[in-house]
Design a binder for this molecule. Sequence first.
Ligand code: GDP
Ligand code: MG
Length: 305
Amino acid sequence: MCKEKLIHKSGFVNIIGFPNVGKSTLMNSLVGEDLSIITHKPQTTRHRILGIVDKYNAQIIFSDTPGFMIKTAFFMQRIMMKYIERSLEDADIVLFTTEIGKFSISDKYFSILNSLKNIKNNKPFLILINKIDKIGIECDEKILYETINYWHRIFPHSEILPISALKNINQDLLMDKILGLLSEHPPYYPKGFLSDKSKRFFVNEIIREKIFLLYKKEIPYSVEIFTETFKENEMFLHIFSSIYVERNSQKGILIGKKGNYINKLGALSIKGIEKFFKKKVWLKLNVKICKNWRSDYKILKKFGY
Ligand code: GDP
Ligand code: MG
């Protein structure tokens, strides 16, 4: 028997990068499940979320992380930055993600890039230039070369791979590179284990995603979801979730006139949860006020930060 076949590889492949470049889209696509919520707005992802792939006699544990932040006004955001730091420490491979056309970044990001340069020296570090499906539609091919040149000047010794997370361009190539870089190791998680997060977590995230879709301005950033009850049988899910806001005025906006907005939110959330769990869903939503929850250590702990 071929010895190659007996080798099992496993490791942590951590996706980091700027807000909105497509980190969550990439993880979902690589894992083949919608684990991370995706919106067109920055700073949607608040947690580090694992997505596990068992394929080709390997277990690849991807981590999606929040985007880099230069200002951390709330304690929550400092915790989010910690998730990024930790994911750099325990990474076997780092996927640094940026996007086509991004070749001038604020000076304030340079301290983050400098800390990456230190980490980069002792572990595989791939630079992904995402959204190349925009070539020929929104931008010229020469923009890709400008983007590659820019990142090559910052990280001269790292491999650069243009991809599209949305249109699945070069993802097989990326997977091959990852498999080539992983070391021999037994699986870290039981086979078939998809994520480290609980079912309640995914319910909270799906509701939060719908809030990003339905509400404007600061509302999506001021809410957190806490699922109080989650009961499951073979066909049904019975869920009761609280939406925490910071102020009374936000509660009014969330509910809307005669409850029309919260009803819409409920209907959209049910659709999303049913799709994710492949079961019929009964959902009740309740809005609660918790002043300054984003800066309250105890509350953040209750919310799973
Ligand atoms: P994150 O903040 O880095 O996690 O980014 P998201 O995955 O939430 O994506 C941000 C936005 O970019 C969303 O509107 C995505 O649909 C879009 N997006 C992600 N990947 C691609 C891609 O490969 N091509 C294009 N055109 N858009 C993408
Ligand atoms: Mg994200």
